[in-house]
Design a protein around this ligand. Structure first.
Ligand code: ATP
Ligand code: MG
Length: 390
């Protein structure tokens, strides 16, 4: 029996005149996600993407892969039927017969408004049939089985399980961003949420090697690889930060060290953004989570650059962020031990209400441009490509 993947996309459908741009992006990303399956017989039909399933395809692989394609609301593995209602009845009965259930419901949808029956009539008539022939009970709320019938243009599709994906917009449809990526829980989640809004992410990691272990770099690379399941390839800048930290320790008041670390980091990322044609940054900050993340400190940090810093986690608590890290697939790796460069030379009592004037005064007679340029020229750029094994 021929089967199809039916893919529904929500938000893109509302895009009016730009819809084609978003649909093309989504289709390109679906093709990349399913690249290992070879060429696809794929059609766009009335707001759904329909792919013919080959007999030897691994449906679990497809499920895992498509759940990571942003823009998809849900999808299903469906059977097709001729559109004539008698044929739909026959096919439905045949499919349902082999299933174990006591209660059921029918969910019908039609995009073809000329079809002989409306959605409700399809539901009632099919419901009656299954009730009478198989002696089962309809329960719209607490059902064991939900039989979907989709009348799409001149096709009819029947399926049982709706597989939820994460929605959002296709990666690449809303430009590029640079994420300041640590090895912790938060920044990978921040990157993932911006991918969900359609951004392609490049990553910058600051590293205090040899004061921090070489393995740090591997951990960050592996985190980026996990996030590549959503965007297929990306660039990671590894920037040596130790010399700058040592200079900060010499020049800045102890309780302000973290603020200066961040200001210098952002200035470096600003230059990388210029090279990469990027207009905004992403960080994993959340208000009040740690001492450096108060409004005063966030302001003092942000003031160092003229580009917007997007902070998708700003209003979330650790529990919410942890849930999202599990959903993104980064959690298990993020909790592995890691000494961030910022955990070196950390003051006992970091300032919580940074005074911007003090910061500006400290920086006034400080020639740090050369130091920042050196860090950039000594940085490693790594291109990471998805191996298509989600
Ligand atoms: P995370 O879990 O992302 O490490 P955090 O809760 O530990 O965040 P901080 O250590 O204060 O918070 O870092 C705040 C943000 O600064 C991080 O989310 C990240 O965007 C950025 N950041 C911190 N350390 C680094 C680093 N070594 N390289 C690049 N960015 C960093
Ligand atoms: Mg951290």
């Amino acid at each position: 029996m021929q089967r199809y993947i039916i893919i529904h996309y929500g938000e893109i459908y509302l895009k009016g005149g730009n819809r084609k741009f978003f649909e093309d992006k989504l289709i390109a990303n679906i093709r990349l996600a399913l690249k290992d399956l070879g060429s696809l017989n794929l059609k766009l039909v009335a707001g759904r993407i329909i792919i013919l399933i080959h007999e030897n395809w691994d449906l679990d692989f497809i499920k895992d892969s498509l759940q990571k394609v942003f823009g998809i609301e849900y999808f299903a593995f469906a059977w097709n039927s001729e559109q004539e209602f008698e044929k739909i009845k026959k096919k439905s009965l045949q499919l349902v017969k082999n299933k174990k259930f006591k209660t059921f419901r029918i969910t019908a949808r039609r995009t073809n408004k000329n079809y002989q029956l409306n959605s409700q009539e399809i539901e009632v008539k099919l419901g009656d049939l299954i009730r009478e022939k198989l002696n089962k009970k309809v329960d719209l709320e607490k059902y064991d089985l939900d039989l979907h019938v989709d009348i799409v243009r001149d096709y009819a599709f029947i399926y049982f399980n709706k597989i939820e994906a994460r929605g959002g917009l296709p990666v690449g449809s809303s430009g590029k961003l640079i994420c300041l990526m640590s090895g912790g829980i938060d920044s990978p989640v921040a990157a993932n949420l911006m991918q969900k809004r359609g951004s392609q992410i490049a990553y910058v990691h600051f590293d205090a090697y040899p004061s921090t272990p070489k393995e740090n770099q591997e951990k960050v690379k592996d985190l980026v690889k996990i996030l590549n399941n959503y965007q297929f390839n990306s660039k990671l800048y590894l920037v040596p930060f130790l010399k700058i930290q040592k200079e900060i320790i010499k020049k800045a008041p102890e309780d302000y060290r973290i603020i200066f670390y961040r200001r210098m980091m952002l200035r470096i990322v600003r230059q990388i953004a210029f090279k990469e044609d990027v207009l905004a940054f992403v960080t994993g900050e959340s208000l009040g989570q740690v001492a450096s993340q108060t409004v005063e400190n966030i302001r003092a940090i942000s003031e160092s650059v003229d580009l917007p810093i997007l902070r998708p986690l700003i209003g979330m608590n650790k529990e919410e962020i942890t849930e999202l890290a599990k959903l993104a697939g980064t959690y298990d790796l993020s909790i592995q031990p890691f000494d961030d460069c910022c955990s070196l030379y950390v003051p006992k009592h970091p300032v919580t209400h940074a005074d911007l004037n003090l910061i500006l005064d400290t920086e006034k007679n400080w020639q740090f441009d050369k130091l920042l340029d050196n860090a950039i020229s000594e940085s490693k750029i790594i291109e990471l490509t998805n191996n298509h094994q989600p």
